[in-house]
Design a protein around this ligand. Structure first.
Ligand code: SF4
Length: 63
């Protein structure tokens, strides 16, 4: 799976970091940073949960 974050939408709520800390972090500017652009299957559930929990739907998942 390929993950992207729309930083024009991200408000730094960090729900993604809570849901998938191996894939998302918060940068010094308070916005999300992608640690792994193409997470393996072991992260799929956590990444989908992160996308679901993002209040501004900034996380895009492509198969
Ligand atoms: S949950 Fe969404 S708004 Fe919050 S830091 Fe992650 S991408 Fe940004």
């Amino acid at each position: 799976m390929k993950v992207t974050i729309d930083l024009t939408l991200c408000q730094g709520y960090a729900n993604c970091v809570d849901a998938a800390p191996a894939v998302f972090d918060l940068g010094d500017n308070g916005l999300a940073v992608l640690l792994v652009e193409e997470p393996g299957p072991e992260h799929e559930g956590a990444v989908r949960e992160a996308a679901r929990l993002c209040p501004v739907r900034a996380i895009e998942i492509a198969e």
